[in-house]
Design a protein around this ligand. Structure first.
Ligand code: UT7
Length: 308
């Protein structure tokens, strides 16, 4: 399926919250957080709204794609922390960008939001209903974190990532598998205006198993072996989850891109931020075979294999 990532951008707030800062807020330690999660610091929004962060990421993506906002046919915005109850975050972003030819909507799939968005965008592009789609994953998780709960507050951060997708170009979505199982909703959720609640241990096991399953399914349906993958960009929830995942897939950790030490878990923003950083660092090149996978609240999970 022809779908090319023409441009990418990301934005993270300037304010850094380190593990040492957290030691002063809750009963935790840098050692515990680093060894159990791989996180050393995370970014926390100050005066930035979610729309501000998404706008900065989108501008960079549009500039790198050399596409004018008016040329965008649709804006898909994945988030679980919108600025308003309604309208959609995508509409607020559309207004800011002046992308007035686009239709704009949000999707709620927690940490899998970016991959669900990619799936929707690819249907729109392959059916000819859209030629250019702006897909954004952005979160201001700091506003739904209970800063007195050490079991969750050390994990999350704020940020935004955006990609411009086009039906023209050499890129391809070779295969994808999306799943959800609402029976597990209580493992990770927040009440309306409430804080994130999580059963970490159960989620950890489910995350490894379910992401490994969909990755294997995707590789099989594309007829690709794990040896052929140039880069795996998993959702950044825990470095130990990523290690367990690649062990199951029999891929060396060197082929995994991770920036969790800098940003923690940014939910829907984590894959687009990682993709963009990997590209800037030269870890991701045109023509590479890239496996994306995520798992989060819902539960939702999925994997997509792309030719970049
Ligand atoms: O984005 C969606 C996907 N998210 C995930 O997949 C997250 C999955 N879960 C995890 O990443 C891990 O389960 C956590 C990082 C959340 C927790 O790691 P764990 O190795 O599963 O630790 P645990 O929850 O079993 O806790 C072990 C101990 C407990 O103490 P006791 O009962 O053994 O005395 C906790 O109270 O660590 C304690 N603990 C902490 N200690 C210091 C929990 N949080 C902290 C903390 N600092 N921040």
């Amino acid at each position: 399926m022809g779908i090319t990532i023409r441009g990418m951008g990301y934005y993270v707030p300037d304010k850094v919250l380190t593990n040492f800062d957290l030691e002063k807020m809750v009963d935790t330690s840098d050692d515990w957080i680093t060894t159990r999660t791989g996180i050393r610091e995370r970014r926390i929004a100050g005066s930035e709204s979610l729309t501000d962060m998404a706008y900065r990421a989108s501008l960079e993506a549009l500039e790198s794609a050399q596409i004018d906002p008016q040329e965008i046919d649709a804006i898909i915005f994945a988030t679980l922390t919108p600025d308003l109850g309604f309208p959609a975050s995508a509409c607020l972003l559309q207004a800011r960008l002046g992308a007035n030819r686009a239709y704009a909507f949000d999707i709620s799939a927690a940490c899998s939001g970016f991959l669900y968005g990619l799936e929707i965008a690819s249907s729109m592009l392959s059916s000819g209903r859209a030629k250019r789609v702006l897909l954004v994953g952005a979160e201001k998780l700091s506003q739904i974190v209970d800063w007195t709960d050490r079991s969750t507050c050390v994990l999350f951060g704020d940020g935004a990532g955006a990609v411009v997708l086009s039906s023209e170009g050499e890129g391809e979505l070779l295969a994808s598998v999306m799943r959800s199982d609402g029976n597990y909703w209580e493992i990770l959720y927040a009440e309306r205006c409430g804080y994130i609640k999580m059963k970490g241990k159960e989620l950890f096991k489910l995350a490894v198993r379910s992401m490994a399953d969909v990755c294997e399914e995707v590789l099989q349906s594309a007829g690709v072996s794990t040896q052929d993958i140039d880069l795996i960009v998993p959702h950044q929830a825990n470095i130990r989850i990523m290690q367990a995942l690649v062990e199951k897939l029999n891929v060396p950790m060197e082929r995994v891109y991770s920036n969790i030490h800098k940003y923690g878990n940014t939910s829907a923003a984590s894959i687009p931020i990682a993709l963009c950083e990997a590209y800037k660092e030269g870890r991701l090149k045109r023509g590479d075979l890239v496996l994306l996978t995520a798992m989060g609240g819902g539960l939702t999970w999925g994997a997509s294999l792309i030719r970049f």
